[in-house]
Design a protein around this ligand. Structure first.
Ligand SMILES: Cc1cc2nc3c(=O)[nH]c(=O)nc-3n(C[C@H](O)[C@H](O)[C@H](O)COP(=O)(O)O)c2cc1C
Length: 361
């Protein structure tokens, strides 16, 4: 087994085992519509076995950053159709990551009647960026009413439908890195005493309901989930993770989702137990500690510790990453200064080093 072997994911066949990890790039206009050069960016990276797109809000109220795209109206959907076409033209596959940021965000980014909401009114001890681009302390979110939770489940399901209508291959629920689903899962941010908090099963319930609703609309084999057990990003405490994540997997048992995508954290080996208990495709991201490394990732797949591996930053600077690894071509470094800046610079201008579009040196 190697990174270059194909893999069947639900109804699609991936050309290799390397997934482009979801990465926010903040190039969308204020209305959440992606410019065409973002479709070009994803098309350049179609050599990945699968692309998971940047986090995308399923409603206006889910938006936590200026420049993140939406997938809740026709104009946004049309821009996503361009992304789907560009990736498919290059022989790749693409899932859209749906992201509701919950307490991480700022009220100035939310048009009326939306406000900053979370499972409970627990303030994150982090700086957030407001609509004018200033760094400010995070605000205290309002605890969601039970009815509003049902509305958010529906918002995700409708957005998943739009993803498929746009021609995308599926959606990934962003349940990692301290955003709304993660806020439900953790007892540090979920102090609820209704059906959505108070026990591991109840803390897992929101995520189970969202995934079930999305699966009913577009098919479970088009729906994936990303988790970061033990992750402390965005002021998460990593509390009660083992019980909650195992209850979550019990709640998803039999649903037949396309995949589980886990960020490996040094603080816990829980990803190993999740791998053992998960019976469809398992994707591992080793990231952030140093950079994703070919030898390590190839060994992970060879040992069956994951079916697929996801890679973030190397894909920013190496559009033809998989082919470079296959041919042993040196990788180009990324420039952090242009991760989130507007315009195509730092997005579409990293040249390929292999294939017909390789820069002539
Ligand atoms: C610029 C940037 C944006 C990111 N945005 C997201 C995101 O929208 N959703 C998400 O789940 N992870 C996001 N991540 C995390 C990556 O998916 C990945 O887990 C991380 O980069 C570690 O992998 P790497 O070491 O291969 O880069 C982002 C990372 C970077 C560098």
């Amino acid at each position: 087994m190697s990174l270059f072997d194909p893999w069947t994911l639900g109804r699609i066949t991936l050309a290799n085992r390397v997934v482009m990890a979801p990465m926010t790039r903040n190039r969308a206009a204020d209305d959440g519509v992606l410019p065409s050069y973002v479709a070009e960016y994803y098309g350049q990276r179609a050599g990945a076995g699968l692309i998971v797109t940047e986090g995308t809000q399923p409603s206006e109220g889910a938006r936590g950053y200026a420049g993140t795209p939406g997938l809740h109206n026709d104009e946004q959907q049309a821009a996503w159709a361009e992304v789907a076409d560009a990736v498919h033209a290059g022989g790749g596959s693409v899932f859209c990551q749906l992201m509701h940021t919950g307490r991480i965000g700022h009220s100035s980014l939310l048009p009326a009647p939306w406000d900053l909401v979370a499972p409970s009114a627990v303030t994150a001890d982090v700086a957030v960026t407001d609509a004018s681009g200033r760094e400010v302390p995070a605000e205290t979110p309002r605890a969601l009413e039970t009815d509003e939770i049902h509305d958010i489940v529906e918002v995700y399901a409708r957005s998943a439908e739009r993803a498929v209508e746009a021609g995308l291959d599926g959606v990934e629920l962003h349940g990692a890195n301290g955003y709304l689903p993660h806020q439900f899962l953790s007892s540090g941010t979920n102090l609820r005493e209704d059906d959505y908090g108070g026990s591991p099963e109840k803390r897992a319930r929101f995520v189970v309901e969202v995934l079930t609703a999305m699966a009913q609309r577009i098919g479970s084999d088009r729906v994936g989930l990303r988790l970061s057990p033990g992750g402390k990003f965005n002021d998460m405490q990593g509390l009660d993770d083992d019980e909650t994540y195992l209850a979550l997997l019990d709640g998803l048992d039999g649903l037949g989702l396309a995949y589980l995508h886990v960020l490996r954290r040094r603080s816990t080996p829980l990803h190993e137990e999740l791998r053992r208990r998960w019976n469809t495709t398992f994707i591992l991201n080793t990231g952030y500690f140093g950079s994703s490394d070919f030898e390590e990732l190839d060994a992970i797949v060879a040992a069956g510790e994951a079916d697929l591996v996801s890679v973030g930053r190397w894909f920013i600077s190496n559009p033809d990453l998989v082919e470079r690894w296959r041919q042993g071509v040196a990788l180009s470094p990324w420039n952090e200064d242009t991760f989130y800046t507007p315009g195509p610079v730092g997005l579409t201008d990293y040249p390929a080093a292999t294939g017909p579009t390789a820069a002539i040196s």
